[in-house]
Design a binder for this molecule. Structure first.
Ligand SMILES: Cc1ncc(COP(=O)(O)O)c(C=O)c1O
Length: 432
């Protein structure tokens, strides 16, 4: 292997740091080693940096590129729309088409509101829940991520695990304003949620969770947990909100809720919906969404912008028409990748495990096996994973230092085979 050179990325970062804090426009990108990379292009499963290094890409734009980079039908639809207009500040037919598609695909979707980012759609969902219930309280779970806006950024991934009864102490180390209405609960603990709602349920508008805790370790809940959360929300009159920003369309065309058979009141969708064009949605049961007909503030200059909407329609068209082949293939490739990674770790005696949910893989290094609690997840984060991601980059695999990998429909068998041999080298270098 020839040693990779990062001179142009380093030069770019030196320039950017003069005018952009840390040189990156989303703080989560600051940690990549040997340096945050600057890119020149991407196509299919590959991404190329400004030094001309090509990588097999598992960052996937932080998740949206479920169809890979530059999916032809999406790009073609957007090109066609460019000629017809970008932003009308009014309605267009593709919007209604998108809403109808979402109703068809997502079990909880009877009404649809569009936004641009996952973070703001989460805020819209919480506001709707507050208006629908006349309450203020929000329950969130340790280690779950719901975007960067207050108050749900508290107790996000990497924050210390609490102990004792729920609600757990609120941890907001990022200058976010939490206020008095946020309650934090350990996830996948039925007794803790039951106990919390028994004491505070009458004040709680929304219980929001990632239905598969992707950011909280990529863990599935125990059998029955989601159904019990549903039952408890009904009992106390709170709305159950699934944040399917990552799992939506990735775990299947109807997301985690379809796969796991539990239907929330409200769902937040983003990422894979737009194949990289910024779009998000709050969808929900008609009854829960009725308040959106009235005084609930929901707006946005770019909501329903024509480029993102046609990109979403073209994306969903592929997911719908190819669902019988696309999802089984994603499962197979992701499964082979996760199994290969685990075999590699076993062969080299490294305490690393890949946990997979559909086309999402998360690596844990040094965590108890099986990983069950948020404290276990924290034990598996840290320096070895960061070093591994640097060695992966040096071996031609672009992967996040958090160990969260996104597989796309553009990845091939050959990509997986090449990734596994690069992984083996990177693991050996890291374990040395
Ligand atoms: C589960 C989840 N919710 C919400 C968000 C926020 O979405 P955005 O970054 O588009 O604001 C993310 C982003 O990674 C996410 O993973």
């Amino acid at each position: 292997m020839t040693e990779k050179v990062f001179a142009h990325s380093l030069r770019h970062m030196d320039r950017a740091r003069q005018v952009v804090p840390r040189g990156v426009t989303s703080a989560k990108r600051a940690g990549l080693r040997p340096t945050p990379l600057a890119f020149a292009g991407a196509s299919g499963s590959r991404i190329t940096d400004v030094d001309g290094n090509e990588y097999i890409d598992y960052v996937a734009g932080y998740g949206p590129m479920l169809l890979g980079h530059q999916p032809p039908s999406v790009i073609e639809a957007v090109r066609g729309q460019l000629a017809a207009g970008v932003l009308y500040g009014g309605q267009h037919e593709a919007e209604a088409e998108l809403a109808e598609r979402l109703v068809r695909l997502v079990p909880s979707a009877e009404r649809i509101l569009l936004n641009v980012t996952g973070s703001e759609a989460v805020q819209a969902a919480l506001r709707i829940a507050r208006a629908a219930t006349g309450r203020k309280g929000i329950v969130k779970f340790e280690g779950h991520y719901h975007g960067w806006l207050d108050p749900v950024t508290a107790n996000g991934p990497g924050s210390p695990a609490g102990s004792g009864a729920a609600p757990r102490p609120v941890v907001a180390e990022d200058h976010s304003e939490v206020g008095p209405h946020l309650l934090v609960c350990p996830w996948n603990d039925t007794a803790a949620l039951a106990d919390l709602l028994a004491r505070h349920g009458a004040e709680v508008a929304a219980v929001i969770m990632e239905p598969v805790a992707v950011n909280g370790g990529n863990l599935f809940a125990d059998d029955g947990y989601l159904a019990e959360a549903r039952r408890l929300c009904d009992r106390y009159g709170c709305l159950l909100v699934f944040d399917e920003v990552v799992t939506g369309f990735r775990l299947g065309p109807g997301g985690a809720q379809q796969r796991l058979g539990v239907v929330p009141d409200l769902t937040v969708l983003a990422k894979a919906l737009g194949s990289g064009f910024p779009i998000s949605a709050v969808v929900g049961r008609a009854e829960a969404m009725r308040v959106a007909e009235g005084p609930v503030a929901h707006a946005g200059t770019y909501n329903g912008n024509a480029l993102s909407v046609v990109a979403a329609n073209a994306t969903l068209d592929v997911l719908e028409t190819e669902r019988d082949t696309l999802y089984p293939r994603l499962e197979r490739l992701s499964g082979e990748l996760a199994t290969g990674v685990n075999e590699c770790a076993d062969r080299r005696g490294v305490p690393l495990r890949a946990y997979r949910a559909g086309a999402v893989i998360r690596l844990h290094w040094g965590a108890p096996d099986p990983v069950r609690t948020y404290a276990d997840v924290l034990a598996g984060r840290g320096e070895p994973l960061r070093e591994l991601s640097e060695n992966l980059v040096r071996n031609g695999v672009h992967a996040r230092e958090s160990g969260l990998w996104y597989v796309s429909a553009a990845h091939s068998d050959n990509d997986v085979a090449r990734t596994l041999s690069a992984f083996d080298r990177a693991l050996a270098e890291t374990a040395e």
